[in-house]
Design a protein. Structure first.
Length: 189
């Protein structure tokens, strides 16, 4: 009984920090303010990267974002397991990246101790279109493109263009040597 109470208290404290406080920070209309507090919560954010307003972030301490990357409004970044986002990555509005899911074969489906955690890695120069969903354990290779609304359930090779539900290869990116920069963050976005 004592362990259960202690676990519940820890959960409430963690939810206060990783839920409510990060949520409040996400709605603050200042990019510099948000980036400062995300780093304070343990997120590693490279030079020139930005997270636009209203992003949902779960456990910032396990999230690493490279340099010159942009995370769009209303994105979901799941840090309950390691989430690594490379350099010059463009993640559009409403993209959801998860690395935690319920184990459907478990008898006690709702038990938070029995969730499946798998890291997600997104390579350099990747573009993920609006409202795409990336599921646990997926690796998206360098320069890949994920089309709008796609549901990515398996790894995406370098330079591949994928789309659909579930995401399937629909093309290949022609630029094999990208060197672009995404530009500076808007002050109040």
């Amino acid at each position: 009984m004592g362990k259960k109470i202690i676990r519940r208290i820890k959960t409430v404290l963690l939810e206060t920090i990783n839920g409510f406080l990060i949520w409040v920070v996400g709605f603050t209309p200042s990019h510099c303010f948000r980036r400062f507090f995300y780093r304070l919560f343990g997120m590693k954010i490279g030079k020139g990267s930005t997270i636009h307003m209203a992003a949902s972030i779960y456990n910032a301490s396990k999230i690493t974002i490279g340099k010159d990357s942009i995370i769009g409004e209303w994105a979901v970044l799941d840090g309950r397991e390691k989430l690594t986002i490379g350099d010059h990555v463009d993640i559009a509005t409403g993209v959801m990246i998860y690395n935690s899911q319920h184990d459907l074969s478990e008898e006690d489906f709702a038990d938070p101790e029995k969730v499946v955690l798998k890291p997600v890695t997104i390579g350099d120069y990747v573009f993920i279109g609006p409202r795409a969903i990336v599921l646990p354990g997926v690796n998206i290779g360098k320069c890949a493109v994920v089309g709008a609304g796609a549901v990515v359930t398996k790894d995406v090779p370098e330079f591949a263009i994928v789309g659909g539900v579930p995401a399937q290869a629909i093309g290949e990116r022609k630029n094999k040597n990208p060197n672009y920069k995404l530009g500076r963050a808007a002050w109040f976005r």
